[in-house]
Design a protein around this ligand. Structure first.
Ligand code: MN
Ligand code: MN
Length: 300
């Protein structure tokens, strides 16, 4: 990894850290989700970075991939478990981190379990560590609390303008990963998810998370759709985006028609929101680390 790249990662990490600190004060009963997300995204921009994906805010059984749409009136209710997942990038180098905040729900321990699982995983990191060792540590910590790790959500390698690429770091030990290692020169996100003992320990996808990505390399021929496609590609490249970011255009019939065209023709796709299969609450903790030949740096 080049010196410059390390600097970019650290800069992105700093923006995420600031945004996370803000979130801790913002997340309380009656706050609107959209206000939290917009403040997070603005904080990232104010620090000279860009959001690497729309701020995710997922409550209770919603585990991942939800951001409120424009004009959403959804707000935080008393007694909920709120996960905020934040991404920033500088020149495409991404920091990805999440926290769970407990707004007076009875699931405080679920949050403690994932935080401790993340902490234990980070403690053992070293260049070329076996992935199975990390997954085993996460699984053991979560189970020690009597909870279930989510088997189909995982940590991941990050690449330039790519939130998910290369290696996957499961939250349950897999014997396939015994010889699979985290090589130096890369960035990795480690993200334990846990649910209660009554949960399925698994998430299922549902529509309506409002987070999209471009799926094709070339634009359509139709002019308005082509222009929108090119605008998305220029602004977000291969990164996830949301409609809410097209502030001045929302409701404009031309824009809505072009967006729908891109969706119908599968130029853009919505990520499914991930919901706990038995509707049990989910907690998440996440940090991004960079692993060089000599050291491990937690950037978030
Ligand atoms: Mn994340
Ligand atoms: Mn992640």
């Amino acid at each position: 990894m080049l010196e410059d790249e390390i600097e970019y990662y650290i800069k992105a990490g700093k923006a995420v850290k600031y945004a996370k600190a803000k979130v801790k004060d913002l997340v309380k009963a009656n706050t609107r989700l959209i206000d939290i997300c917009e403040k997070v995204e603005q904080t990232i921009r104010n620090l000279g970075c860009k959001p690497a994906f729309p701020c995710n805010i997922c409550i209770n059984e919603i585990a991942a991939h939800y951001t409120p749409p424009a004009k959403s009136t959804k707000h935080i209710r008393e007694g909920s478990l709120v996960k905020v997942d934040i991404g920033a990038h500088y020149n495409g180098f991404i920091a990805d981190s999440a926290i769970t905040l407990n707004v007076n729900s009875e699931h405080e321990e679920l949050t403690t379990a994932v935080e401790e699982a993340l902490e234990n995983a980070i403690k053992i990191l070293e260049p070329n560590i076996r992935i199975a060792k990390i997954s085993g540590t996460i699984e053991k910590t979560i189970k020690y609390y009597g909870f279930k790790p989510i088997i189909n959500l995982a940590g991941h390698q990050l690449g330039q303008y790519k939130v998910h690429t290369g290696k996957i770091i499961p939250n349950i030990k897999s014997f396939r990963d015994i010889f699979n290692r985290l090589e130096p020169g890369n960035a990795y996100a480690i993200e334990p998810f846990a649910t209660t003992k009554n949960g399925a320990g698994e998430v299922i996808g549902k529509r309506g998370g409002h987070i999209y990505h471009l799926t094709q390399n070339t634009p359509p021929k139709e002019t308005a759709a082509k222009n929108l496609y090119l605008e998305i590609k220029r602004k977000y490249k291969t990164l996830p985006f949301t409609k809410r970011w097209f502030k001045d255009k929302i409701g404009n019939p031309k824009f809505e028609k072009a967006f729908k065209y891109l969706q119908d023709k599968k130029y853009i796709k919505e990520y499914p929101a991930m919901i706990e299969a038995k509707g049990e609450p989910v907690a998440q903790a996440e940090h991004t680390v960079i692993i060089t030949k000599k050291e491990v740096i937690v950037i978030t």
